[in-house]
Design a protein around this ligand. Structure first.
Ligand SMILES: [Ca+2]
Ligand SMILES: [Ca+2]
Ligand SMILES: [Ca+2]
Length: 237
């Protein structure tokens, strides 16, 4: 866990409204279906939550873009989250996932606040599901590192490098699958997940939602000192 102090208001308002934004990293933890992840127990009502499981063949949940990669359909080399094919049975070949495809050794997912009601996600996670060929001459094992950045693009958390894999060149095994995530009340602008030694690996279940701290909501929605005090006056009525 790391703590970042951040404020976008002049001094007088900062004294009243700003608080430290605390970032907490999560994982890597075993993940066979959404309910295995830590966000299944979080109440996102009143804000938003999106789960991209790639089962419709596209990365198309709102407010997020990726630097590279491609959706891969069900097949012997596909490694979806286990439960996406309707059965937690040790196999992910019946679902869809998101593949580096020889194009990149890292994914960067960038969030667009304007497309998310003006509020960046405070909770972001992704599930690493497989690695095939590794350039060092090994197959089926490699180091995975997850990073997260706050609303001002400052690094707020790193998980790893962690050695993951099951040694298999084909896809489908799910006991190796791991959730990585981050929580930051002040907002998350982007995450990365990377395997420096491979361009042949997959992720699934990109997930992000917002539960902003009250102070962060005021800054995001009002953005000016007169506006803040006007809102505070209205809240007293
Ligand atoms: Ca399955
Ligand atoms: Ca999937
Ligand atoms: Ca797997």
């Amino acid at each position: 866990m790391s703590t970042v102090f951040r404020c976008a208001l002049p001094l007088m308002a900062a004294i009243a409204l700003c608080r430290p934004a605390s970032a907490q990293t999560l994982g890597p933890t075993s993940y066979l279906s959404f309910n295995d992840g830590p966000f299944a127990a979080v109440d996102f009502s009143g804000n938003y939550f999106h789960l991209e499981n790639f089962e419709d063949g596209a990365l198309n949940t709102p407010g997020v873009t990726v630097n590279a990669g491609q959706v891969t359909s069900p097949g012997p080399f596909t490694d979806s989250v286990d439960g996406d094919d309707g059965s937690v049975d040790g196999s992910g070949v019946g679902g869809s996932s998101f593949l580096t495809g020889g194009l990149t050794n890292q994914f960067t997912f960038t969030f667009n606040a304007a497309a998310l009601g003006g509020i960046l996600p405070t909770h972001v996670g992704v599930v690493w599901t497989d690695v095939g060929t590794v350039s060092a001459g090994t197959t089926g094992f490699g180091n995975v590192t997850f990073t997260a950045y706050d609303a001002t693009n400052i690094l707020i958390g790193t998980v790893g490098p962690t050695l993951l894999g099951d040694g298999a060149a084909n896809g489908g095994g799910t006991s190796e699958d791991r959730f990585f995530g981050v929580i930051n009340s002040g907002g998350i602008s982007r995450i990365t997940i990377q395997m420096p030694d491979s361009t042949d690996w997959e992720i699934d279940h990109l997930q992000y939602g917002a539960v902003p701290a009250p102070g962060a909501l005021l800054v995001g929605l009002v953005g000016s000192v007169p506006g803040v005090f006007a809102l505070l006056r209205r809240r007293k009525v």
